[in-house]
Ligand binder design. Structure first.
Ligand code: TXA
Ligand code: MG
Length: 338
């Protein structure tokens, strides 16, 4: 299959492909998604095949309006409506109980709930409208690899496997949406993202931080949380403290293979960098670092021979919580120790 790169002008063609049951990658403000008609079971199944994704890991349903949610979900609570009017369109995915049988098991992984998201990207909202159906979309990467934040990343992973990619430049946030479960009595965050638990509790009161359970080896509520994720070919090491960098760089200088270093400009400028260390700038702060994390991991996979990547940590507050969540997974919880 010849994978086309679509521009905004090709939107009608991209929508046609979705209606015909084919796969089109779409841009969002978080990462690129791998789109298929959510109401077409065969098309949805082919999403799992293209990504190599385990079939018990449910997909997010992308909608153009609250009306589209109400078609499939049970009546929304007042709290849910408040969240929607505050954060949509935007990087908040909300899980609702479904009207029985309203969406295929291929979408829900057999659960009686589904995750809905109204992405803040004009082209994609237009695509959903034009296709006239909700569009399922996991991140458009090969399962287990870092999520794609450019059309080129998607092309790298999925060329020949999908009909096309709607190119709308670099994703703004670079980490996937916050996933909030509203199908239970107390709302719970299953995956941290740019909309933080503080942002949410300001609107609806207390929320549980369910994603911390994963670190404690309890059964995760979002099936996706149990799988290996965001892992480049090289081993990622988290540098927990600023003071550890000089030891880490001494360690790096003694390695026989090249070593990657992902850190802010100021951190990189602070040290004399050994010859075998290749740097990738995470910009100025935690915001740029979140935006660039996946791109950096992909850079080392594709354009270098590094076997290890030393990566800067940030305080797990605000967007830093999402950054550290993704970094921990890509490192398989491996921290640099002297
Ligand atoms: O930013 C994003 O959310 C991107 C863009 C493309 O929208 N999408 C994305 O999808 O990250 P994906 O499939 O890579 O991650 C969806 C996560 C998975 O961890 C999955 O297990 C969880 O959401 N999930 C989906 N439906 C669920 C449900 N009904 N109950 C619990 N977890 C669910
Ligand atoms: Mg993903």
């Amino acid at each position: 299959m010849d994978t086309k790169i679509y521009t905004v002008n090709d939107l009608p063609q991209a929508a046609k492909e979705i209606q015909n049951g084919n796969l089109v990658s779409f841009p969002t403000e978080t990462v690129y998604g791998l789109g298929a008609d959510a109401t077409n079971e065969v098309a949805v199944k082919s999403v799992y095949a293209a990504k190599g994704r385990p079939s018990d890991n449910p997909l997010i349903v992308h909608v153009d309006s609250i009306k589209m949610v109400e078609k499939y979900a049970q009546p929304l609570s007042e709290a849910a409506k408040k969240l929607i009017s505050t954060f949509w369109p935007g990087p908040l995915t909300i899980i609702f109980k479904l009207k029985p049988g309203s969406l295929s098991k291929a979408v829900t992984g057999g659960l009686d709930t589904a995750a809905f998201r109204n992405p803040n990207n004009k082209v994609t909202l237009e695509l959903i409208k034009e296709a006239g159906v909700p569009i399922v979309g996991p991140s458009a990467n090969t399962s287990g690899k870092p999520s794609p934040t450019t059309a080129q990343h998607v092309y790298h992973d999925l060329k020949g496997k999908i009909a096309g990619i709607l190119d709308d430049g670099t994703s703004k946030f670079g980490v996937e949406s916050t996933v909030l479960d509203m199908s239970t009595d107390t709302p719970a965050i299953l995956r941290p993202g740019a909309v933080t638990s503080d942002d949410i509790s300001k609107i609806i009161g207390p929320v549980l931080d369910e994603h911390h359970k994963v670190a404690k080896n309890e059964v995760p509520k979002a099936p996706g949380m149990k799988y290996k994720h965001y892992a480049p070919n090289a081993q990622v090491y988290i540098i927990d403290h600023e003071d550890d960098w000089s030891d880490a760089l001494v360690w790096a200088s003694k390695q026989n293979s090249p070593v990657g270093m992902m850190a802010t400009d100021s951190r990189i400028a602070e040290f004399s960098i050994p010859d075998n260390v290749e740097t990738f700038s995470l910009g100025q702060d935690v915001n740029s670092a979140s935006h660039l994390l996946f791109a950096g991991l992909r850079h080392f996979d594709d354009e270098s021979e590094v076997k290890s990547i030393l990566t800067q940590s940030f305080d797990a507050n605000g967007i830093g919580e999402a950054y550290m969540n993704r970094l921990n997974k890509s490192a398989g919880q491996t921290h640099f120790t002297k």
